[in-house]
Design a protein around this ligand. Structure first.
Ligand SMILES: C[S@@+](CC[C@H](N)C(=O)[O-])C[C@H]1O[C@@H](n2cnc3c(N)ncnc32)[C@H](O)[C@@H]1O
Length: 285
């Protein structure tokens, strides 16, 4: 089952990454639109702000800069290159998509960073790295793709040096131990559509991630929900998806990418009803 999922994810990103970069740039993650989602920002600026806000929230800064970063689920290297440049550090990005790796390598060379920023096709659930290798594990919107969330977090823990930090931002569903109770059949059907369109096996709640991280041995854990700050991203993406250049690119990228674009409102509706949550975990080993 996982092999089919991995293949679908690879195909999805192989086919859509060129169009994404051409239309939306090198960052394949939500933007940050202020704590209450009310800032009117250029989309790319909002995506950079998301990285900066995460670093601020996680207290990751020049006072104690990471030396060796692993970007788990790196896309075309948007974060890997940004972080390596900002901190003067080494970085390694992994993704399931060979097309993303080759584009990320090109981008590293263009930026003159290819001596210290590397990319490879590798599975986050079986990372090809020794224990205790990195001092920052960065994972921006890849956890939702993982078929075994405990194995994913445990691999992040394994490759992290003692004292190192993990910063994880991922799609979640709402909490189920609140007044709203268990997910309703309609919510489950809504999630299943999102899973189908974006190649996700399933998502979990933020408190489930927190419990997994604690179980793995992570310490000093903080968690937060930035749904309000991130949700406006989808309206911006929907607006830009109807530009003529994007529509032409969609036809070239193929059916699955077209489906993804036609289904953008699934995410904005998911946020609007409180079902989709943008969850953060930061913790140290
Ligand atoms: C939405 S993109 C995020 C890209 C990047 N983090 C960014 O913010 O620009 C999700 C990424 O996760 C990667 N991914 C999904 N499942 C993975 C797995 N099992 N192992 C490694 N990478 C994976 C995909 O290949 C893709 O690069």
């Amino acid at each position: 089952m996982s092999q089919n999922l991995y293949q679908d994810i690879r195909k999805f990103y192989d086919a859509s990454s060129g169009l994404w970069e051409q239309t939306w740039g090198e960052h394949m993650h939500h933007g940050y639109y202020g704590k209450y989602g009310n800032y009117k920002l250029d989309r790319r600026q909002a995506q950079i702000d998301m990285i900066e806000e995460l670093l601020l929230w996680a207290n990751c800064n020049q006072n104690n800069p990471p030396q060796n970063i692993i970007d788990v689920g790196c896309g075309i290297g948007g974060s890997s290159l940004y972080l390596a440049q900002k901190f003067g550090s080494r970085a390694t990005g992994i993704t399931l998509s060979p097309v993303q790796v080759s584009r990320a390598k090109e981008r590293a060379a263009e930026a003159g960073l290819d001596d210290r920023v590397k990319f490879e096709v590798a599975n986050a659930l079986e990372m090809p790295f020794e224990n205790n290798t990195f001092d920052l594990v960065w994972s921006l919107e890849s956890g939702e793709h993982m078929p075994d969330k405990a194995q994913f977090v445990s691999e992040c823990y394994r490759v992290l040096k003692p004292g190192g930090k993990m910063i994880l931002a991922t799609w979640c569903h709402r909490e189920t131990d609140s007044l709203a109770g268990e997910l309703t059949p309609d919510e489950i059907a809504h999630l299943k559509e999102i899973y189908r369109v974006y190649c996700l096996p399933y998502v979990i709640s933020l408190s489930e991630y927190r419990a997994i991280a604690i179980e793995c041995g992570f310490k000093n854990l903080i968690a937060d929900d930035w749904s309000m700050a991130a949700a406006p991203f989808w309206d911006v993406v929907i607006d830009s998806a109807v530009a003529p250049q994007a529509i032409m690119g969609l036809f070239q990228a193929g059916w699955q990418t077209i489906q993804g674009a036609l289904s953008l409102s699934l995410m904005s509706r998911g946020y609007a009803r409180g079902l989709i949550r943008f969850g953060l975990i930061c913790a140290t080993k």
